[in-house]
Every structure is written in structure tokens, then in C-alpha cells.
Write a protein that binds this ligand. Structure first.
Ligand SMILES: N=CN[C@@H](CCC(=O)O)C(=O)O
Ligand SMILES: [Zn+2]
Length: 434
């Protein structure tokens, strides 16, 4: 080894899952813990990670361009948020009173509010407005320790406006330090102009898919499979059409009613099935049998004021599933970018342990967006995406809640956040912005 770009020393404890595959059931608790550690990085990748003395010895005579002292922080893999509705316009605080008065989420949607209200705002927004709003959200995520995020379309519901969202995500992926995995979700709701004609709209979504795929705008196709939105049969049709275009399947499954979304995810071998509050035992069994990753969104059930939660303990203990966690950041059911709030809620309401939560937010989340071979652990050869928490141990993260524990974030081998501040912010007005 002749050169190291960045050497991170003074890590109080390095804690990471190991490997490229999802960690299932009890294996979610298996972490590698290395006290007094260091990480050497080169060309955006991890070159060496381990006890500080081993790393320093392993450097030999390599020239080190930059050294940063982690000051005793806890180092973990950069967090991955595998379910967000990042790119959209407007906000929905005007629906707060309805929600507090007890009006159900699907009733607000059926009356033309909810998702459809954000569709109107997103259709009316310029590409630049979408880009700038999402850029600010990405900064908040980065400051919390997130280094890769999934972003869905689904507030356009026409080819042109779905494209507008996905093109904004593509530009953001190039301009912002965070990496973005894009998902086409034309089947997020039935637009007002197709009211009562869901089958026809499902046909239109199938026609949009090749156009989205040929422009390289998405890796995944997602459907809101729910009573009053898309049926299991319509969801199957759309996801199979997506698959024919090379898009891997994701499903908003069994969020409110037990419709068979988890069973469909199993049948199709989807990459992930998300929400799952109402998933049946048979649905969970089918997820496990077909390698589908459950993505749980405890921020959503919290914000909707539900007193029921996804059965994370059953998923881990009984069904041997590789549970993952995400924010579901969106302007309606979960208006927060905070993965650290989700960490707290996963402990409080899903009864997950700190070790399971870290696995769920790193390697399992990476696998839920098909990136387990590149990110999600701190190991030689992986992308150098690392978060430094100002915390004495992992259990401190859900314990001391409501504050941001991220002191530093290394993205692709460079400090993107240091001393809780964004480093080298890139200009929003440079080339490539809409
Ligand atoms: N459930 C459907 N979609 C989003 C909510 C989107 C919205 O309300 O705008 C979700 O995952 O929670
Ligand atoms: Zn969602």
C-alpha cells in the first residue's frame, strides 16, 4: 500500500455487522465490536479497518494525505434509509386537525386530500423547486448519519410529472453527497382524472414503465397495495410489467388492512415488502421463504397515532426474517427525515434491541435496495461510508432521544459532516441543476 487518502483514528468503538448478505433473525444481533479502532480509506473505499495498532502497522510506509481524530466517538456504517418519498412539493399541515379529530388516513385520501393533495402541489411545482426542497431534506438526513437513501416518485401520477420527480432525484444523486436509489411509484394513488377507473389507470402505469426504464430513471417499481387504492391483482400486473422492464419489485404491503400484499411480495420474490402492520402469518412465512426483506416504518404508525405496530419481534424470533427500518419520509403519514427518531421508535414500539436496530439500519437496509455488496458494513473493500456518534455505546442512541448524536459523517472516504456541520457544501446553482 503506497497511499491513503484519509486515516480516521481515535475511534472509541467500531461497531458493524459483517458481510454482504441480509442478517436474519438471531443473526441480526451479531455485530463485530472493536474498541480503540481506526479506519484507513483510499479512492472512496475502506482499505483497512480494525484495532488502531493493527491499522497503523498495516499502513507500512504508505503516505497518508489526511488524518482525522474521531475523539472517542462510536463508529458505525453510514446509515441507509431504504424507504422515502423524498421528492415532492408542498406540505400537509392543513390536514393535522382532521387527523387529530380521528379521520382515518384512507378517508382523507378518498376525499381528494392526502396523497392527492401532494400530487396537485407536485404537478404545479417547477423541477427546480422539487430539487431544492429535496436537497434540503438530504442535508438533514446527512446530518443525522444517513449516507444512502431510496427515493420514490408517486406524486406525479402522469408520465411527465413522474419523470419530473425522478429526474430531480437523478440530478440530486449527482449533486449531493448522499447516494440515491430511485423507485418508480406511479401506482401510489389513483389520480383524480381516473377516479373510479383504477383498472384503466393501472394500464397507464404499465405503459409508463418502459419509458421510465429506457431513460434509466429507476431501479425499482413500487405499488401501494391497499384497500381502496390498488388491489392485489392490479399490483401484480404492474409489478410484473416493471419486472419485464428490468425494475425490481417493492410493495407497500398490508399497511392498514390485511389484503395479501405480503403474500404477493413472496410470490413475486420482491426485494422488499414495506409497512406490514397487518401482515398475516402466512404472508410473513412467504416473505421468509422467498428472501423478501421487511422494511418497517415505525415513524408512520407513531405519526398516524396508531396503537398497533408491525410485529418486529415475531418477524425476527418466529419467522427468521431480516428486518430493516426506514423513515418513510413523506409529507403526509410521516413528515420527518429523522432516522434517529425511527431508531428510538424501533426500540420503544417494535421492541427491537440496539444491535438489531443497527443491523436493520445498515446491512439489511442496504440489501433492501440491492446494495449489500457495496455498503452497510465497515469492511475492507466496501464504500467508505461511516457515521461517528457522540455516544458511549449503541444502547445510548435509542436511550437519549430527541437529539442528533451524529458528530461526523464520512461519505465515499471524505468528511461530509464534521463537528456536526456540513463540510464543503456544494452549490445548488451549479451545472446539472434544473
Ligand atoms: N402509504 C402510502 N404512501 C406513503 C404515504 C404518502 C403520503 O401520505 O403522502 C407511506 O408510505 O406512508
Ligand atoms: Zn411509503
Amino acid at each position: 500500500m503506497d497511499r491513503i487518502d484519509l486515516l480516521l483514528t481515535g475511534i472509541g468503538c467500531l461497531v458493524t455487522p459483517v458481510g454482504n448478505a441480509p442478517h436474519r433473525g438471531q443473526a441480526m444481533s451479531e455485530l463485530r465490536e472493536i474498541p480503540q479502532a481506526a479506519i484507513a480509506m483510499r479512492d472512496g473505499l475502506i482499505a483497512l479497518a480494525g484495532p488502531e495498532s493493527d491499522v497503523l502497522n498495516g499502513l507500512g510506509g504508505a503516505a497518508v494525505a489526511e488524518t482525522l481524530d474521531a475523539g472517542g466517538c462510536l463508529a458505525a456504517p453510514g446509515l441507509v434509509d431504504p424507504h422515502t418519498h423524498l421528492v415532492h412539493a408542498g406540505s400537509r399541515e392543513h390536514e393535522l386537525a382532521l387527523k387529530r379529530a380521528g379521520m382515518p388516513y384512507l378517508d382523507i385520501l378518498a376525499q381528494g386530500g392526502g396523497i392527492l393533495s401532494t400530487v396537485r402541489a407536485t404537478r404545479g411545482a417547477s423541477a427546480r423547486e422539487l430539487y431544492e426542497k429535496a436537497y434540503r431534506s438530504l442535508d438533514i438526513m446527512l446530518l443525522q448519519g444517513v449516507t444512502t437513501v431510496e427515493a420514490k416518485s408517486g406524486y406525479g401520477l402522469s408520465l411527465e410529472t413522474e419523470r419530473k420527480q425522478l429526474r430531480a432525484a437523478k440530478l440530486l444523486n449527482d449533486a449531493h453527497p448522499l447516494d440515491i436509489a430511485s423507485t418508480f411509484m406511479g401506482a401510489h394513488a389513483v389520480p383524480a382524472e381516473y377516479k373510479g377507473r383504477t383498472d384503466e389507470y393501472a394500464d397507464l402505469v404499465c405503459e409508463m414503465l418502459p419509458r421510465i426504464a429506457e431513460e434509466g430513471l429507476a431501479e425499482f417499481c413500487d405499488v401501494f397495495c391497499e384497500h381502496g387504492v390498488f388491489t392485489v391483482e392490479q399490483s401484480r400486473r404492474i409489478l410484473l410489467a416493471g419486472r419485464r422492464c428490468g425494475l425490481h419489485s417493492k410493495i407497500h404491503a398490508d399497511e392498514i388492512e390485511s389484503l395479501g400484499g405480503a403474500e404477493l411480495a413472496g410470490e413475486l420474490g420482491a426485494v422488499s415488502a414495506d409497512h406490514l402492520l397487518a401482515a398475516s402469518d402466512e404472508g410473513l412465512r412467504m416473505l421468509a421463504a422467498n428472501g423478501v426483506i421487511p422494511v418497517l416504518l415505525p415513524g408512520t404508525s407513531f405519526n398516524l397515532g396508531l396503537n398497533r405496530h408491525a410485529r418486529a419481534r415475531d418477524m425476527i424470533d418466529k419467522f427468521n426474517l431480516p428486518v430493516s427500518l426506514a423513515t418513510d419520509y413523506n409529507p403526509g403519514s410521516c413528515p420527518t427525515e429523522s432516522i434517529q427518531l425511527v431508531i428510538m421508535l424501533a426500540s420503544l414500539n417494535l421492541k427491537m434491541t440496539p444491535e438489531e436496530i443497527l443491523t436493520a439500519c445498515t446491512i439489511n437496509a442496504a440489501c433492501a435496495i440491492g446494495r449489500g455488496h457495496r455498503i452497510g458494513t465497515i469492511e475492507a473493500g466496501k464504500q467508505a461510508d461511516i457515521v461517528l456518534f457522540d455516544a458511549p455505546n449503541l444502547a445510548y442512541l435509542p436511550y437519549h432521544f430527541g437529539v442528533n448524536h451524529a458528530y461526523g459523517v464520512i461519505k465515499n472516504g471524505q468528511a461530509a459532516v464534521w463537528n456536526r456541520q456540513i463540510v464543503k457544501p456544494r452549490s445548488n446553482s451549479g451545472e446539472g441543476t434544473p
